[in-house]
Design a binder for this molecule. Structure first.
Ligand SMILES: [Fe+2]
Length: 389
């Protein structure tokens, strides 16, 4: 077995209703916290937010609510939150919501305790130190895995640039994963965030930096997505399907923290960057068939294994036939969950590709792909992601 590192220090409180334990959990970190909450949640799930606020209050945790959270977190909002955290003198940050709220909370934890702004601590700049405020996450979607990953993604609107911090100090000390919080997610969000879970685990699994530890949890997470995402898309209030997805997402975050994504995230992120109406999950859905066609020869055994998870009838097929079939199996799955998309569907034309391609080649993710794409390879992957004439 090849040697590997694995690090996951987050204390997990997993289970329906466990948001009521937020206060006791936060109290183990500090007596005061900035409570970063998605404003949409304050409207559509005010009772759930109140459950958490009540729990914090009863535990004697002074919580200062900050709801200046936007879908693609901005540096401006993060800095506003950091100023409040500093002026209130809070000793921890709690994020409640989807990836945006939790990534905002993570970035505030750094910005409130370090000189400069959060932008100075991007993964290729200075590293955040252990002065980072302790972070607790209460995630209300299943998709980003941020509750167990060490990433915070945000945008500098002045520079029109979306980037990320990536550091062990951004691992949450505590994550409360309460699937009841996910029951009311709309169908489209369930499909796109659920597919994102699959991509985090699959790309970590085939990554040339993968390990035995990540292989095991990735395969477990993939099985949960395949059996429960189609159920949750049809019936969002199915609690056992939500539990499966919430746990798969938590496992996916561990995959991200210890290995990471490959070509599809490098190709997909710039699509959403240039066309913000394309959600992250949709951008991945666009790229996946062409990515699978390009990559299967580089990881035949792993592609074949996952193809057989999609379609057990492939158990009698050869390794090569099964591996090559994954492209079709993913297309079928995307159609089943209502997420099959082509670039044309968003009004994107071949003339839009050059700047997207230039950005894609700047992402380091593709270096872990079983076949590392050249710029021409990547251009062809985009061109194959249009509808066939
Ligand atoms: Fe993703």
């Amino acid at each position: 077995m090849k040697s590997f590192n694995y690090y996951q220090p987050t204390r997990l409180l997993f289970g329906s209703g466990r948001r009521s334990e937020a206060g006791a959990a936060a109290k183990t970190l500090a007596d005061s916290a900035l409570f970063v909450v998605d404003p949409v949640l304050l409207k559509v799930a005010a009772d759930k937010v109140e459950d958490v606020q009540k729990s914090l209050s009863e535990a004697g945790v002074r919580a200062v609510t900050f709801s200046d959270v936007v879908p693609n977190p901005t540096l401006d909002a993060i800095q506003r939150g950091a100023e409040i955290a500093k002026s209130e003198g809070v000793k921890a940050v709690i994020g409640m919501g989807g990836g945006s709220a939790i990534d905002t909370a993570k970035a505030i934890a750094v910005a409130a305790t370090h000189p400069g702004t959060a932008w100075d601590y991007l993964y290729f700049k200075k590293a955040p130190t252990s002065a980072t405020l302790p972070i607790m996450a209460i995630n209300t979607t299943s998709g980003t895995g941020t509750q167990t990953s060490k990433v915070s993604v945000f945008t500098n609107t002045e520079e029109s640039c979306k980037s990320a911090m990536w550091n062990d100090n951004l691992l949450c000390r505590i994550a409360i994963i309460d699937p009841e919080l996910m029951l009311s997610l709309p169908t489209g969000v369930t499909a796109s965030t659920g597919f994102d879970i699959f991509t985090h685990t699959f790309e970590s699994y085939i990554n040339t930096g993968a390990s035995e530890a990540v292989d095991a949890i990735a395969l477990d997470a993939i099985a949960r997505v395949l059996r429960s995402l189609p159920v949750a898309v049809v019936n969002g209030s199915n609690l056992s399907a939500r539990e499966d997805l919430a746990w798969a997402d938590t496992l996916a975050g561990q995959c991200l923290a210890n290995v990471g994504t490959t070509l599809p995230h490098a190709a997909g992120q710039p699509i959403s960057g240039h066309f913000p109406k394309v959600s992250h999950g949709e951008s991945l859905a666009v790229i996946y068939p062409a990515f699978a066609e390009f990559t299967w020869r580089g990881a035949v055994g792993k592609f074949a294994k996952v193809a057989r998870m999609f379609n057990p009838a492939l158990s009698t097929a050869s390794e090569e036939v099964a591996a090559q079939s994954l492209e079709l199996e993913i297309e079928r799955f995307l159609k089943m969950i209502g997420l099959y998309r082509r670039l044309d569907d968003f009004g994107i034309t071949p003339a839009d590709i050059p700047p997207i391609l230039a950005h894609a080649m700047e992402f380091p993710d593709s270096q872990g792909n079983p076949i590392v794409p050249s710029e021409e390879d990547m251009r062809q992957i985009y061109m194959k992601s249009f509808r066939k004439a």
